[in-house]
Design a protein around this ligand. Structure first.
Ligand code: MG
Length: 407
């Protein structure tokens, strides 16, 4: 039986309840990225859970005033913020005296110095990586919304979690669905997983029409309401590429065990197919509060503010295979999951840089995948990278993409 899975379904862990959070103790939660969409939803979930839950720390990279308003309401012992000016902005609004960490190491120091049972890692991009690794190192329960951390450093994070006993529970809706579906069987009996994808706004567009996509069009997502970076990633399906890599590390799967299925209704959040041909799916209204709450309360299931699903109202659920010409990102995701090493860092960084250029109007929509692919092909591959080598691969990939615009 493979034992290299830190998320281990309940029967493997042999602890019927708790899995890192005992019911009798207060449940202290740190939220990294509290002013983003996942962070706000986490606070909404926590506000409705019972009084045993408490916010131990809040961190944000922008919106100092909003961070302070959140702190005034939830009264964490400490807050962290990216820079001094924002800290000053927060201080003006704070109505009490929490400890304030400011500067580039603020996130890691918050995780380090504030006692907590669970750390919600919801910082977008690679900047949340170090703090996430620190939470894993401390053996905390990690509710992982920052998929980039797993994409870049899954090869370090999963072995670290096994050593420290940290429980990593995905918040990404697809991976939460897989995590939930996995409870129905044994790890060695998994045949494959299906990541569902809404298909984004360009699902029905021709390849030619997609050459002309504008920023405004790319920012219009049909089902999920998210930040701009992830909305563009959904349109290009780079989001799905990152999710393929995330699933590869999180669930210790081979690249060929991960399929992407377009499911425009976004009701089936993902599926696991077992060896006997049975497919177990998790369904629900598209509302991030469900996977967030599950990551906090697992293995318990508490009443949740997400709307209930009425399948008769929903009517049809449809599924089809993605067109590789329309969405080249999926091929890149499989390639990166297969090769491992520094590829995850390059995929993530090159895409981040390309999305920024697209948002600035410097490159076309289709160039996002083109530039990312080029950065992958031309990078100095390291098979078993250290953290420094991963961060270096990240830097080099960003430079590469920026240089591409001038060549
Ligand atoms: Mg997702």
């Amino acid at each position: 039986m493979p034992t290299n899975l830190s998320y281990a379904p309940v029967d493997f862990l042999n602890v019927p309840d708790g899995a890192g959070i005992r019911d009798s103790m207060s449940k202290r939660v740190i939220i990294l990225g509290s002013t983003g969409s996942i962070g706000r939803n986490t606070l909404d979930v926590l506000a409705r859970l019972d009084d045993e839950w408490e916010v131990a720390g809040l961190a944000a990279g922008s919106r100092g005033q909003e961070l302070a308003e959140q702190a005034n309401r939830f009264r964490p012992a400490a807050v962290a913020i990216a820079c001094d000016e924002l800290a000053a902005e927060a201080r003006r609004t704070l109505q009490y005296g929490p400890k304030i960490f400011a500067g580039p190491e603020a996130l890691t120091r918050l995780v380090d110095e504030v006692e907590a049972d669970c750390v919600v890692c919801a910082v977008v991009g690679v900047c949340g990586l170090l703090a996430t690794l620190r939470a894993v190192e401390l053996g905390r329960r990690v509710a992982l919304a920052n998929k980039e951390a797993m994409v870049v450093a899954g090869s370090l994070m999963m072995p670290l979690a096994r050593r420290t006993g940290a429980t990593i529970i995905p918040v990404d809706s697809e991976h939460s669905a897989i995590f939930q579906a996995l409870q129905a069987g044994r790890r060695e009996d998994v045949h494959k997983v299906f990541l569902t994808a809404s298909g984004g706004p360009f699902r029905t567009w021709s390849v030619e029409a997609m050459e002309e996509v504008t920023l405004k069009e790319a920012l219009r997502h049909p089902t999920w309401n998210m930040g701009p970076k992830i909305t563009i990633d959904s349109a290009t399906m780079m989001n799905k590429a990152l999710e393929i890599v995330e699933a590869r590390w999180l669930f210790d799967l081979r690249s060929d065990q991960i399929d992407v299925v377009i499911h425009p209704e976004s009701i089936v959040h993902s599926m696991v197919e077992f060896n006997d041909g049975s497919i177990v799916a998790q369904l629900g209204a598209p509302d991030m509060r469900t996977p967030i709450q599950y990551a906090l309360t697992y293995p318990r299931r508490r009443p949740c503010p997400s709307p209930r699903l009425d399948l008769c109202q929903t009517g049809q659920l449809t599924f089809h295979a993605p067109d590789p010409g329309q969405f080249p990102a999926i091929r890149l995701g499989h390639e990166v999951a297969r090769r491992g090493g520094t590829c995850g860092a390059v995929l993530n960084a090159a895409n981040e840089a390309a999305v920024e250029l697209f948002r600035a109007g410097a490159i076309a929509y289709r160039d996002i995948a083109r530039f990312t692919e080029r950065a992958l092909r031309e990078h100095d591959f390291v098979e078993s990278p250290t953290l420094d080598e991963l961060l270096n691969a990240d830097r080099m990939a960003r430079q590469k993409v920026t240089r591409c615009t001038t060549c």
